[in-house]
Design a protein around this ligand. Structure first.
Ligand SMILES: C[S@@+](CC[C@H](N)C(=O)[O-])C[C@H]1O[C@@H](n2cnc3c(N)ncnc32)[C@H](O)[C@@H]1O
Length: 195
């Protein structure tokens, strides 16, 4: 039987060698907001199957690198990519920071809960993940750094947005074209971390 999620974005991702269609969301965000640049050290939360990580490695090039965290292993590997299999709630500063990596320039979070179909519950769980991404920004993002964080919209969203606005100089909301019509996901694009 045909997979109903296998749409034109998924087909294009496959043709271009990315493990998932989500790559086009990050690509559009980056082309619009210039979140990533050559040489950046990037932390990618909810990294599997690895589309964002592959794209980020291409953008940062040989002088940068990407560290990815997920509960499950990615389908992507590369010289510029290190994977840590861990729950983001259990990750500690020492897991991420070393003499070689004193900070990150960019934190990406495409973390998504296992959806239950109960809108409010999925929303709250996604806000909890987005708040964890913000905590990790406070732990390891350099002053002036950027973050992109996915969240499912709902009643807690305005409060979450304010939390980002307290910590970043410029906060935008963006819904890339590759987000499915029925999805309530949006991306918080948070630029220039206040430190
Ligand atoms: C939408 S997928 C990410 C897709 C990825 N950005 C890509 O382009 O390939 C969301 C990921 O979040 C991960 N995730 C959800 N909760 C997590 C947690 N508490 N700790 C670590 N990873 C988690 C899931 O395992 C899943 O792989």
């Amino acid at each position: 039987m045909a997979n109903p999620w296998f749409d034109s974005w998924a087909k294009l991702a496959k043709e271009k060698g990315y493990p998932a269609r989500s790559v086009f969301k990050l690509k559009e965000i980056n082309e619009r907001f210039k979140v990533l640049k050559r040489g950046d050290k990037v932390l990618d939360l909810g990294t599997s199957p690895g589309s964002w990580a592959k794209y980020a490695c291409e953008v940062v090039g040989e002088t940068g690198f990407v560290v990815g965290i997920d509960l499950t292993p990615p389908k992507f590997s590369g010289r510029l990519y290190r994977f840590i299999q861990k729950n983001v709630f259990e990750v500690e500063k020492e897991d991420l920071i070393s003499q070689d990596i004193p900070y990150f320039d960019v934190i990406l979070s495409d973390l998504a809960p296992k959806t239950t179909g109960i809108r409010d519950m999925d929303h709250l769980e996604s806000v909890r993940l987005a708040e964890r991404a913000l905590q990790l920004c406070e732990m390891v993002l350099r002053k002036g750094g950027n973050a992109v964080v996915k969240v499912f919209e709902g009643p807690e969203f305005p409060r979450l947005r304010k939390e980002f606005e307290k910590r970043f100089k410029d906060v935008k909301l963006f819904r890339p074209k590759a987000v499915r019509k029925e999805s309530r996901e949006v991306y918080v694009v948070a630029l220039n971390f206040k430190g």
